[in-house]
Design a protein around this ligand. Structure first.
Ligand code: 3HC
Length: 311
């Protein structure tokens, strides 16, 4: 049975109030926020790798500048979210160790390879498009620091999605080979993008509790459906075919029906056996090792600054 404090806490949330770091909160509320927020931050920093691979190979200076700005944004989103997670009394070095040791998750989508330039456009259009769908409701999450971090992140995500769509539109007005590259990339990224929203509601272990606590405002399946409904017309505008023969508008429901998602693939990728899982973690481990001197220098500088009264 809930004790008095939890009843009061749930009432506070039910009235649409934020929970702030100094407020009392049930240990499980704190734990599930640390779980979701740290894995969200891990997704942002691991998410830099697939696109970072194409910064040196961008076809024009304009596209290179856009891609650098986007990847830099993802790093910033990660720092925002690690900082917001630290307000719950955890240390980001421990969170990072959980990622590198394979104890923490990051979004499955980042375990797929970026084979050519069209992948960069499809990631912006589909992956950032799905991320916006999933992140906008989080701006109304009951935990204040998380909700506030999401406001700026969502603004930057819309630039990410727009630049991806624009890149693809340009390629679809190009040569036959460019159109084929875009269609091939969409074929590879469509289904993994639908998996970003998580398992079906009936298989989601956290949804009931997360919804009761105002962390998850809209369910995995509803967000996935909104993403499909919003994306199909954009695919038509681009002139590409989405790789789902069952995709069909349903007049009665006012939504698109779509085919079965391969949940075996989803759980295989989530459990570490996707195409790039080992590569992504090895790259992050190398970055942690090779970046040690930067962390030490920054900490020495900060100590020195505080010893000399900030001058
Ligand atoms: N990849 C990896 N793991 C996933 C996943 C995915 N796509 N979807 C679900 N899972 C995991 C969950 O983390 C949970 O495992 P855990 O208990 O070890 O954490 C398990 O599968 C069961 O799933 P649930 O639906 O019960 O879990 P949640 O209630 O946490 O819902 C979620 C999953 C919708 C992803 C939710 O955690 C969430 O909204 N997270 C914050 C947003 C986020 O991470 N978005 C995607 C990545 S951000 C991004 O794309 C960056 C952009 O800039 C490109």
């Amino acid at each position: 049975a809930l004790n008095e404090r939890e009843v009061e806490f749930n009432g506070h949330i039910a009235e649409g109030n934020f929970v702030e770091p100094a407020d009392w909160m049930p240990e499980r509320y704190r734990k599930t926020l640390i779980r979701q927020m740290s894995q969200h931050a891990h997704s942002e920093v691991v998410g830099m790798l697939p696109e970072g691979n194409w910064i040196l190979r961008a076809p024009t200076l304009k596209r290179k500048a856009i891609l650098i700005a986007k990847v830099q944004d993802e790093a910033g989103h990660g720092l925002y979210l690690y900082s917001a997670t630290e307000t719950l009394g955890v240390d980001r070095e421990n969170l990072y160790e959980d990622l590198l040791a394979g104890r923490a998750k990051y979004s499955s989508i980042f375990n797929y390879p970026t084979l050519n330039w069209a992948d960069v456009g499809v990631i912006g259009w589909l992956v950032d498009g799905a991320a916006i769908m999933n992140q906008v409701p989080l701006t109304r999450c009951s935990y204040g620091p998380y909700a506030r971090a999401m406001v700026r992140i969502c603004k930057e995500e819309s630039f990410h999605q727009r630049q991806g769509f624009d890149l693809l539109l340009q390629m679809m007005q190009g040569t036959h080979e460019q159109k084929e590259m875009v269609q091939d990339a969409v074929n590879r990224w469509w289904w993994p993008s639908l998996m970003m929203f998580g398992p079906e509601d009936k298989d989601s272990v956290h949804s009931d509790e997360s919804k009761a606590w105002g962390i998850k405002r809209i369910s995995n399946d509803e967000l996935r459906q909104s993403f499909v409904d919003a994306t199909v017309p954009q695919a038509e505008l681009l002139g590409i075919t989405l790789p789902d023969p069952d995709l069909k508008w349903d007049e009665n429901t006012g939504h698109y029906r779509f085919g079965k998602i391969d949940w075996d693939e989803f759980w295989r990728v989530v459990s570490g056996d996707g195409l790039c899982n080992r590569d992504r973690i090895a790259t992050k481990k190398a970055a942690w090792r090779e970046g040690a001197w930067v962390r030490e220098a920054a900490q020495a500088y900060a100590r020195n600054l505080s010893n000399n009264g900030g001058k």
